[in-house]
Design a protein around this ligand. Structure first.
Ligand SMILES: Nc1ncnc2c1ncn2[C@@H]1O[C@H](COP(=O)(O)OP(=O)(O)O)[C@@H](O)[C@H]1O
Ligand SMILES: [Mg+2]
Length: 273
């Protein structure tokens, strides 16, 4: 269990699990109930910036162009959870699990072990859902996905869920923007209502466009938005992270710079100057 799940009693100083309402040592009421609702992201510096991370049970968006680190962020969030008693579900349309496991092994992350320990489930969406749901109505599709995810959630008692990317999981008709927006809205509401995990969705912003998300709806549904990007500084290109929105949290509107490091993932290095 990580130290972040413990706080100190303000009266006697004893370590208390953050979910406790009273100190088991001296009986004093625990004031910092806000701390208990935060879910660390796995990026230590980001947790400092965001008063401890994400709010439990809410949905967060990681947006950015291709190659900006959305998948690495997603996996870092799940790995951090898996190692701290918060198993996770990774829903992806991009990768076959074997390929993902091989790629991440080269990167220094052992997903296979987490899967074997039932701390992580990788859900290859096309295999899981596509065939069954082709041509079905949207509400049927959403209902089926959520019911399937709910089953998986129960098998490992998952606390975290990532959908990378959230773009329609089971249809190719991404040109139908209205349909897609309603689909994403319905999916996220159903997940928050029925599955109760803390959720991270990613959205791939088309290169060169100034939008925050692909379908222009993800940002309104999310409790927080992290925008990953690349910035040209002189003749160098730096990776940037910007907390665009974080509901009920004071955050600095600044661009942070980060590196992607083997075995660690996203490591914030400072501010963009
Ligand atoms: N070992 C590594 N060291 C540094 N950077 C890496 C390493 N492995 C991958 N990357 C970088 O990570 C990026 C891919 O990140 P990814 O999370 O897949 O992006 P996205 O999901 O946003 O498309 C690549 O652009 C690559 O440059
Ligand atoms: Mg990706």
């Amino acid at each position: 269990m990580s130290s972040s799940e413990f706080i100190k009693c303000e009266v006697c100083g004893a370590p208390i699990h953050s979910y406790y309402k009273f100190c088991p040592n001296c009986g004093a009421p625990v004031k910092s109930t806000i701390v208990s609702r935060r879910v660390p992201t796995g990026v230590p510096e980001l947790d400092k910036i965001t008063e401890g991370g994400f709010e439990k049970g809410k949905t967060y968006l990681v947006a950015g162009e291709t190659g900006t680190g959305k998948t690495i962020f997603s996996l870092q969030f799940l790995i951090h959870g898996a190692k701290n008693s918060e198993p996770g579900i990774y829903v992806t349309i991009d990768e076959r699990p074997e390929a993902l496991i091989a790629d991440t092994r080269r990167f220094g992350w052992d997903l296979q072990q987490l899967v074997a320990e039932r701390k992580l489930v990788i859900v290859p969406v096309r295999q899981y859902f596509a065939a069954k749901m082709w041509g079905k109505e949207m509400d049927v599709i959403v209902k089926n996905i959520v019911s399937e995810l709910s089953k998986i959630q129960k098998t490992i008692n998952a606390k975290r869920l990532v959908i990378d990317p959230v773009a329609p999981l089971v249809t190719m008709s991404t040109t139908e923007v209205t349909w897609t927006r309603e689909y994403i809205r319905s999916l996220i509401f159903s997940i928050e209502d029925d599955i109760k995990t803390t959720n991270l969705i990613t959205s791939e912003v088309p290169t060169g466009e100034n939008s925050i998300s692909r379908f222009g709806v993800e940002e309104f549904l999310a409790s927080g938005i992290i925008v990953l990007g690349l910035a040209k500084v002189g003749n160098q290109v730096k990776r940037t992270l910007y907390v665009r929105k974080m509901r009920w949290t004071a955050t600095n509107p600044v661009y942070y710079t980060f590196n992607i490091e083997r075995g660690k993932g996203i490591v914030i290095t400072g501010y963009l100057s």
